[in-house]
Design a binder for this molecule. Sequence first.
Ligand SMILES: *[C@@H]1O[C@H](CO)[C@@H](O)[C@H](O)[C@H]1NC(C)=O
Ligand SMILES: *[C@@H]1O[C@H](CO)[C@@H](O)[C@H](O)[C@H]1NC(C)=O
Ligand SMILES: *[C@@H]1O[C@H](CO)[C@@H](O)[C@H](O)[C@H]1NC(C)=O
Ligand SMILES: *[C@@H]1O[C@H](CO)[C@@H](O)[C@H](O)[C@H]1NC(C)=O
Ligand SMILES: *[C@@H]1O[C@H](CO)[C@@H](O)[C@H](O)[C@H]1NC(C)=O
Length: 335
Amino acid sequence: MIVRSPFVKLVITGVLIFGVVVIALNFISYSRNLNDFEFIDDNNAYVIPNRDGDALIRIKADVKSNSKPATLYLNNGKMDIPEVRIRTYMISINHVQDHNILIREVGEGNFNILLLHGQSFSSKTWENIGTLQYLASWGYRAFAIDLPGYGNSSLPVVQEIEGAQWLTRLIRTLRLSNFVIISPSMSGRFSIPYIMQSHTNQQLIRGFIPISPVGTNNFQTTDYEKVKIPTLIVHGERDKKFQSAIQSLKQIPSSQILTIKNASHACYIDQPLDFHNELRQFLYTVYRPIYIEQYKQRSLANATSSSSENLNTSQNKISSNLTSNRKHFQSKQSI
Ligand SMILES: *[C@@H]1O[C@H](CO)[C@@H](O)[C@H](O)[C@H]1NC(C)=O
Ligand SMILES: *[C@@H]1O[C@H](CO)[C@@H](O)[C@H](O)[C@H]1NC(C)=O
Ligand SMILES: *[C@@H]1O[C@H](CO)[C@@H](O)[C@H](O)[C@H]1NC(C)=O
Ligand SMILES: *[C@@H]1O[C@H](CO)[C@@H](O)[C@H](O)[C@H]1NC(C)=O
Ligand SMILES: *[C@@H]1O[C@H](CO)[C@@H](O)[C@H](O)[C@H]1NC(C)=O
């Protein structure tokens, strides 16, 4: 039968498309059921069985609580810094002059954190206070660099006017996209103009964490108002010299301020516990990784019964009992 009316043709085509979509959706939902996650307890862990009966145990960090993320673990009043392998290597940045730049890289995954440093510091600082190790254990990939002329990177120091350009080259060389910049103090002369430079830069960046940075006076209110990046402005309570920087950055519409109590200019070094807890909380609002805890060769039944045990001994163990940890910390501190 040949149908002439365009209206009837349209209806028949519609019915056919509808049918195909229904079949496709059924198929998708069927195959999803086969791989469905099996929740094993309240600790946000689940086991994904595979065909051989092995269990891929994953821990999802705080998936259920949208409020406070977990606190860090404390061991005898000290922060329990996870043991994470730090890959240290040099790269060459081709700028006005070639720079050999030292990189400390940790973690896996496709969400990156770039850590710059202040005048008296280097990438080693982020290792010393455990920031790199925490970032890796939370499921991020992080790159701490020695800026040119600092730490183990080669001279010359980059001129202020070339800061943004140099940082662009670094980011290209490291092939970073989907990343967050952590930029304390002196490194502001790289990161602030980079953020302001163009909308292209802003699209690559998913978060900005300036810590009492320099170089904020070179831009106007209208510049700050145009920035669309989620921004966590960090400063130490006792750091009075950088008030104007905070006032400028506050004009970024999607910004929030973190005042670290009883801390000076290098507030992340004075109060690493507070800094790391708040850092994680902010990062979770930008991107919350799912990370693989371990992969064990064993039957599913045994995996299920022992996985809560794994959680208890895991280095990445996450507690939702914020208050008890804080109390624990304070009581240990006062000893
Ligand atoms: C950095 O340089 C110092 C001395 O200049 C050296 O002892 C150290 O091993 C270097 N670090 C790295 C990671 O290359
Ligand atoms: C502030 O920090 C210093 C060490 O940086 C410490 O000795 C002092 O007890 C702290 N004060 C308060 C009120 O926490
Ligand atoms: C689980 O492990 C126990 C030993 O720990 C073993 O005897 C048992 O057969 C295992 N169960 C399965 C289903 O493999
Ligand atoms: C893990 O810890 C929870 C409480 O923190 C406890 O109820 C549970 O029994 C522990 N699991 C194992 C296997 O020890
Ligand atoms: C959290 O810790 C406090 C103090 O240690 C305790 O009283 C409370 O029962 C804990 N809450 C949970 C949910 O474990």
